[in-house]
Design a protein around this ligand. Structure first.
Ligand code: AMP
Ligand code: GLY
Length: 426
């Protein structure tokens, strides 16, 4: 459609750093006449009109979109996708970016995604599925190979994956997931998986179910502390491009993973439309899938979207309308880095409502872009309101230059208990 495309009112669902990055990219488009975000956050409220509708309130979102004659709803988080928000919007005649619930199962059920990969010969770690805790433990004892990987079947805020170093840890993991039901019904079944090693790469891809166009690659840092120590988090920082992801590897992934996955979803009667996230591990035996996500990653989005040169609305519309093949997508050669500033204690318990110093009235600093992940705007102040608080991001000629500017941005911001990793991108 290009420059002649109509202008639109767009509603973004979600309220984290990923959604802020989506909104900031949409703001660059001359095709956007109005931006809403539900529920948004303190920083997002400077860029879009935030509406107090929860991401789980599907009926509320449909009603709001109708009332305001919204032209496109961008459903960003996993939970509303798995719960069928896109299905309900479509039924109401409202255009939505994101997969249907049946397609989103590629993320919301590990059993489904593992069985899919096995059936269609998509490279992934070997595995077995169990619904009986005693049988899992028998199997693990029989295998007697450690570390071993135990995954809850369903969504678990990124915390349902446990890498057990020995039998004791495996037993503890099975108890946590299947007996204590720490992740609720997500733990009714578990996948026990072979432990793989190699560099990890995140590749987000636009797909309309017919064609797949990968975005530039990125690398996430999931552990809380420097040197990949500490607990797993939602992600403490990202860089793009990922230095391990060469054009040859990209070609292999296209042939052995990306296209076969799109084909497999079509064969299963679950065509996937939206952003499909491939979490890959580059093993000795070639790239393998660690996980699929049915959405943009957080904080991968924060380093990928700043590099998008093509009008974002044109791209989103081509996906929703099933004509992605004809839509050119251009990326900047610049690198991008994002450093997350987290609350004291995160990923464990943390306090909220702590004043953030160093941001201007728009929630920004000079020399970097600040994506707000967990903030509130109250009485003229930004306050912390989540575990991951801010994602300080910068483009640069190279990854080290982007990192230098991002860390210079971090140095301007202060709140009590704030912590970040100092080795993002190293
Ligand atoms: P996931 O939530 O599935 O992305 O898993 C979280 C993290 O656990 C991944 O980013 C990997 O670092 C690690 N992981 C998951 N599955 C495996 C595996 N089969 N072998 C080694 N590491 C894994
Ligand atoms: N950063 C990983 C995710 O979004 O799941």
């Amino acid at each position: 459609m290009g420059k002649g495309g109509t202008v639109m009112k767009i509603l973004v669902i979600g309220g984290g750093g990923r959604e802020h990055a989506i909104i900031r990219k949409l703001m660059e488009s001359p095709r956007v006449s109005k931006l809403y975000c539900a529920p948004g956050n303190g920083g997002i409220s400077k860029d879009a009109e935030c509406v107090p509708i929860s991401v789980s309130d599907i009926a509320g979102v449909v009603t709001f979109a109708k009332e305001k004659a919204v032209d496109l709803v961008f459903v960003a988080p996993d939970d509303p996708l798995a719960a069928g928000m896109v299905d309900e919007l479509q039924k109401a005649g409202i255009r939505a970016f994101g997969p249907t619930a049946k397609a989103a199962e590629i993320e919301s059920s590990k059993v489904f995604s593992k069985n899919l990969m096995k059936k269609y010969n998509i490279p992934t770690a070997g595995y077995e599925v169990f619904d009986d805790p005693a049988k899992v433990l028998d199997y693990i004892r029989e295998q007697n190979t450690y570390p071993t990987v135990i995954k809850a079947d369903g969504l678990a805020l990124g915390k349902g994956v446990i890498i057990a170093a020995d039998y004791e840890e495996a037993r503890e993991a099975v108890k946590t997931i299947m007996e204590d039901k720490k992740f609720g019904a997500s733990g009714n079944r578990v996948v026990v998986e072979e432990f793989l090693t190699g560099p990890e790469v995140s590749v987000l891809a636009f797909t309309d179910g017919k064609c797949v166009k990968p975005m530039v690659s990125s690398k996430d840092h999931k552990r809380a502390l420097d040197g990949d120590k500490g607990l797993n988090t939602g992600g403490m920082g990202t860089i793009s491009p990922n230095p391990y992801y060469t054009p040859e590897i990209a070609q292999t992934c296209m042939e052995t993973i990306f296209l076969p996955t799109i084909h497999a979803m079509n064969q299963e009667g679950r065509p996937f439309s939206g952003c499909l996230y491939f979490g890959l591990m580059l093993t000795k035996d070639g790239p393998k899938v660690i996980e699929y996500n049915s959405r943009f990653g957080d904080p991968e989005t924060q380093v990928v979207l700043p590099r998008l040169k093509t009008d974002f609305v044109d791209v989103l519309e081509s996906v929703v309308d099933g004509r992605l093949e004809q839509q050119p997508i251009e990326w900047s050669d610049e690198a991008c880095a994002c450093v997350v500033l987290a609350s004291g204690g995160y990923p464990g318990p943390y306090e909220k409502g702590i004043e953030i110093h160093g941001l201007n009235a728009d929630g920004q600093v000079d020399g970097a872009t600040v994506y707000h992940a967990g903030t509130d705007w109250k009485d003229g102040k930004f306050l912390t309101n989540g575990g991951r608080v801010l994602g300080v991001t910068s483009l640069g000629e190279t990854v080290p230059e982007a990192l230098k500017s991002a860390y210079a941005g971090v140095a301007k911001i202060y709140f009590d208990g704030a912590h970040c990793r100092h080795d993002i991108g190293l």
